[in-house]
Structure formats: C-alpha cells, structure tokens
Design a protein around this ligand. Sequence first.
Ligand code: ADP
Ligand code: ZN
Length: 224
Amino acid sequence: MRIILLGPPGAGKGTQACRIEEKFHLPKISTGDILRRAVREGTPLGLKAESMMKDGLLVSDDIVVGLVEDAVGREECRRGYVLDGFPRTISQAESLTRIDGRRPERVIEILLGSEELARRLAHRRVCRTCGAIVGSEDSPPPGGDGGRCPVCGGALEVRSDDRPDVIRARLEIFDAQTAPLREYYRSRNAYHSLSGNGTPEEVFGRISVLVEGFLGGAAEERRS
Ligand code: ADP
Ligand code: ZN
C-alpha cells in the first residue's frame, strides 16, 4: 500500500504522515524534510535546492525524483509507505509509477480554507538544530523569545518559506501544478479527500477510518 498525502502548504500533511507512520507502520517519506535536512547539512544537493526552496518554488524533478527513488528502495518500505510532499506535479506522479508501479496507491487530500492555511503557516516554526516542525499549538507567542524545540531544545525560527510573499507563491504553485493531480488520481479511482479542520487528533480520526478501509480492501484482494 502506498498512501499519498495531498494538500496545500499548511494543511497538516507532515503531522498526519507521522501519525500514519506510527499507527499503521508505513514509513513516511517527506521530500520537504529530506530537502530541508540536506540544506541544513550543506550537502551538494542541499546547496542546489536551497534557493528554490527559499523562494517557495519547486525543486527540479531530477533532484526530487532521485530522492524518492532512493527512499522507496529501502528495505523498510517493502510493505508500503506514506508520501508527504510528493508527487507535486503530474510529471512527478508519472515518475512515481515508473519507480514503483506495482503497489496499489491511495491518495488522501487534506482540504483546508485559505484563511485557516494562512493562520497556521503564520504560527509555524522550525527547529534550527533538528528540523522539527512545531505547529501552532506549541508555538511561542509572536514577539516572544522564539521558544525552544520540544524534541531537542534547539532554537526555533520561522521557516524561510513561511514568509507572507513566499506563502503566496507556494499557494499559487499548488493551484497551478499540484491541484491537477486531483483529476489525475480521480480518473484512476484512487482519490479521496477529507476536511483538515479541527485538532490534529480529529483529522487523524478521519484519516484512520479511510486507511483502515484501504488496508482491509487490500487484504480482501490478496485472499481472493
Ligand atoms: P509544504 O509546507 O509546502 O507542504 P514541504 O515541506 O512539503 O512544504 O516542501 C517545502 C519545499 O521543498 C517546497 O516549497 C519545494 O521548494 C521543495 N519540495 C518539496 N517537495 C517537492 C517536490 N515533490 N517537488 C519539488 N519541490 C519540492
Ligand atoms: Zn529540535
């Protein structure tokens, strides 16, 4: 089973991908996390990706597709995985089929209105040391001392692509390049969507019901 989380920046894909990983033991592959780590560590790949990410633009397919290919090939992904942040374009979706076409795929889009997205992104912080994304609930109040990372105690900062003009660019790219994936997956009978409103627990409750259905359906197919 391959689960693809779709949704605009700020919809909560990263948070929900972690929870799916914990509950259903499907490893999470987050291209945003992998790229941010490469930037933090200053690897050659990170140096290439950095300026695109700062401006909220898409990193080139050859970089991102290569990352996903490496991640999917790992032993722990044998049973399946959850993708967060990939595919983001039709061409990336086609690459995914080329990389790993056998596995059934299910897409879950987390829907959220633009006002709530903007509110969440404005509160979001990232840990300078370990890269953990800290959501609005745990965030320090704006104007405070910046707060500390709940994972490692490192200093928190605003993600370089969570500034208002960059957020606008990312939302435009989502509408132009990523939203067409809805039709792409709908026509393959793989598209599902649910509301991203409410607490992370509430959203995860909705996701769990869907994923349990997917896994039940897959087991059924194997038996018949
Ligand atoms: P978001 O909050 O927008 O979902 P992510 O953490 O998924 O952010 O991604 C952050 C940035 O990393 C993107 O704006 C883009 O520059 C780059 N990136 C992540 N995934 C991809 C991808 N599949 N293709 C191209 N660029 C990507
Ligand atoms: Zn940290």
